[in-house]
Ligand binder design. Structure first.
Ligand code: APR
Ligand code: PHB
Length: 394
């Protein structure tokens, strides 16, 4: 009867990093992933890593290619009223930012997992979890058309917002805020038009200029929450981006072939606690933040660093303290990041029913942020990421 110490649902950043951190501690796990490997490794998602995330990945031997290929940033630009304002983030908050596509990180994590020879089952959806109130939960999954039972000591729900783990929990409280707009994201095979990220708050709506490499630009436009990609042919995308990213001193947005285009909803979501008996939720399975603050991946890294440290103590000497405090430890950071992401989103986006008063408040906030060292420092320490607590390296 197949058995493991930790059954991990999901081979996204959370599940794969957790598997690696457990392996380093000699803890056995099985990773179950609904989709195929090519699908998971091609999924274009976030691209900004906090220094704490990079330090952890480096410490545990997962950052060799990241250090070769990443872009390091020390600031960003806020664009409003036709004027761009540079915020020197590293000067203000002492930490740097890394631009490295999440799908690239997932490729690195998958390769590291396969190198261990330990189970990583693709195209294998978990379809149910039983016995969470016993000391031997059972995860049911489908592999090659057969339903299989995996007995384990602990289940790690790293299967994202739409996964099977959270529904298996009882007595959870959810907190949710859905934004009246979405993001149209495009990936273009063209050199970035700016060395820095540009967050633009325009009367027509928000726009973001980001990048993945010296030859790949990542761009976003605020659109209606039910927007269809088909309503945005390339010509319209480039025209709207040029408008929202323009400034009184002129801005040349370089166009190029768009190789990925998708609409993503913006949502704030938290579940409390992030645990139900032998089930521990991590990453998007437990919380979702609007992409504005570039925090989702970084929150997932902290969750699994806390969980791996707690499981290490529990499996090694039966000390349950880390597991008992897991949810509270993670939620303290989750709510700080939730607030920052909500605040940044509300400041930069044009709500469809926004009245002129609200727009004046937004502009006043942006002018304060770009003229006050205190305000800019507060923004910077949240954006680059609050320091990782020491335990994440244990
Ligand atoms: N069984 C197995 N795997 C599943 C199931 C299931 N029932 N349901 C979902 N999955 C898989 C998904 O296919 C996905 O690969 O779980 C994985 C969850 O990965 P993510 O959604 O990437 O979530 P997470 O690992 O928490 O990463 C968090 O990464 O998704 C980005 O920026 C995004 O903030 C997010 C961050
Ligand atoms: C990205 O590069 O995908 C990105 C950057 C910054 C954000 C969101 C997304 O706030």
């Amino acid at each position: 009867m197949p058995r493991t110490q930790v059954a991990i649902l999901g081979a996204g950043p959370a599940g794969l990093l957790l598997a690696h951190l457990l392996h380093l501690r000699g803890i056995d796990s099985v990773v179950l992933e609904r989709h195929t490997r090519p699908y998971v490794e091609a999924r274009i998602r976030a691209g900004v890593l906090e220094q704490g995330s990079v330090d952890l990945l480096t410490k545990v031997g997962l950052a060799d290619r990241l250090h070769r290929e990443r872009l390091v940033h020390h600031g960003l630009e806020l664009l409003f009223d036709g004027v761009g304002h540079h915020l020197p983030l590293t000067e203000l908050a002492g930490r740097e930012l890394t631009i490295y596509g999440q799908h690239e990180l997932v490729k690195d994590l998958v390769a590291a997992r396969l190198e261990t020879g330990r189970p990583l089952l693709f195209d294998t959806p978990a379809v149910g979890i039983d016995g969470l109130d016993t000391d031997s939960p059972v995860v049911r999954y489908v592999h090659n058309g057969q339903t299989v039972e995996l007995h384990c000591d602990v289940v790690a729900g790293c299967d994202g917002f739409h996964g099977a783990s959270r529904p298996a929990a009882r007595g959870l409280t959810t907190y949710e805020h859905v934004y009246p707009y979405a993001w149209l994201g495009v990936l273009a095979e063209v050199a970035p038009s700016s060395e820095e990220l540009i967050y633009a708050s325009h009367d027509r709506g928000f726009a973001l200029h980001s990048m993945r490499s010296p030859t790949l630009t990542r761009l976003y436009l605020q659109v209606a929450p039910d927007e269809q990609v088909s309503a945005w042919p390339d010509e319209r995308v480039w025209s709207e981006l040029a408008t929202r990213l323009d400034r009184t001193t002129g801005f040349a947005l370089t166009e190029g072939p768009i190789v990925d285009k998708a609409v993503a909803a913006l949502r704030s979501f938290v579940v409390e606690p992030m645990r139900y008996r032998r089930l521990f939720l991590a990453g998007d399975a437990a919380h979702i933040v609007p992409a504005t603050g570039a925090k989702g991946l970084n929150l997932a890294v902290v969750d699994v660093a806390v969980l791996a440290s707690a499981l290490g103590r529990w499996f090694a000497d039966g000390d349950p303290a880390g597991l008992e405090s897991y949810s509270d430890t993670c939620l303290s950071r989750v709510w700080r990041v939730q607030h920052f992401s909500w605040w940044m989103t509300s400041m930069l986006h044009r709500a469809p029913d926004a009245d002129p008063f609200t727009r004046r408040l937004q502009l006043s906030q942006l002018r304060y942020l770009t003229s006050s060292a205190a305000a800019a420092t507060s923004f910077a320490e949240n954006y680059v990421g609050l320091p990782f607590p020491d335990w994440s390296f244990q």
